[in-house]
Design a protein around this ligand. Structure first.
Ligand code: MF3
Ligand code: CO
Length: 252
């Protein structure tokens, strides 16, 4: 069941998502060769607690950290570690909090120093695919119009979209209905209505779309070892169209 949110609830979800965006921005500035993601995890947690908020992922189905830090061929749910980041790596940071009962969830992929042109193109394409999906998040459209826009953008660049993980409704829970796939034919699924709030989160691989989860039960990597990027925004569907809630200054 899709839970519609009132304008005042959307403002509260925005508050949580602005915190997520601010914290991701601080983390982004700390990403460089020699930095390690366990330190980024600690910083994300401290910044969250300092805002009287709670990390959303820690303890969620037993996930042991506040931040998901996925490097290179890691797609999602990578464990933060002490291993220093190296020049040329790409790092996906997925982060969520809850504040006064409402959740925020967003992700970015950032370069570590100078990266290959394929890595750069993969990150840009994934961000563009997210923005094309967001454009479709308007009243009267159907859910799979979002999915189709994302898939088209990724595939026209020669990349592939991960099928195994999807976006989701968000509000008083981190994961609500509907599921938001990143692939599919247009014109299918539920009709989008003002008051829906969804996290849209394409994961795009440089190679094939297949992924596998490692023995830790979380870390998910590309089956073929190719690079992967991940961007996520929490978006409200309003009478006026899509509104990105997880942006610090209204911009994406
Ligand atoms: N953005 C991801 C999601 O919505 C992050 C979840 S990590 C988890 O599923 F640890 F909380 F599962
Ligand atoms: Co999410």
């Amino acid at each position: 069941m899709v839970i519609l949110k009132s304008p005042s609830e959307i403002e509260r979800i925005r508050q949580s998502n602005i915190m997520v965006a601010e914290i991701l921005e601080i983390l982004r500035q700390k990403v460089k060769p020699g930095a390690d993601t366990l330190t980024l995890d600690k910083i994300s947690e401290e910044l969250t607690l300092a805002r009287n908020a709670k990390p959303a992922f820690k303890g969620y189905r037993g996930y042991p950290f506040s931040l998901c830090a996925s490097v290179n061929q890691q797609v999602v749910h990578g464990f933060p570690s002490k291993r220093p980041l190296e020049e040329g790596d790409i790092l996906s940071m997925d982060f969520g909090i809850s504040y006064q009962g409402y959740y925020g969830d967003a992700a970015i992929t950032v370069p570590v120093g100078k990266v290959s042109s394929v890595a750069q193109r993969l990150m840009e394409t994934t961000k563009d695919a997210l923005l094309s999906g967001i454009e479709q998040a308007a009243p009267g459209k159907r859910l799979s119009d979002i999915s189709h826009a994302i898939q088209s953008r990724a595939e026209e660049a020669g990349f592939s979209v991960v099928r195994k993980f999807v976006g989701h409704g968000i509000g008083k829970a981190l994961h609500e209905d509907p599921q938001v796939p990143n692939y599919g034919k247009p014109g299918m699924g539920i009709r989008l209505k003002p008051g829906m709030v969804i996290a849209i989160e394409p994961m795009v691989n440089a190679g094939g779309y297949e992924v596998k989860t490692l023995e830790d039960g979380w870390t998910t990597v590309t089956e073929d070892g190719s690079l992967s990027a991940h961007f996520e925004h929490t978006v409200a569907i309003t009478e006026e169209g899509p509104v990105i809630l997880s942006a610090t200054n209204g911009s994406a």
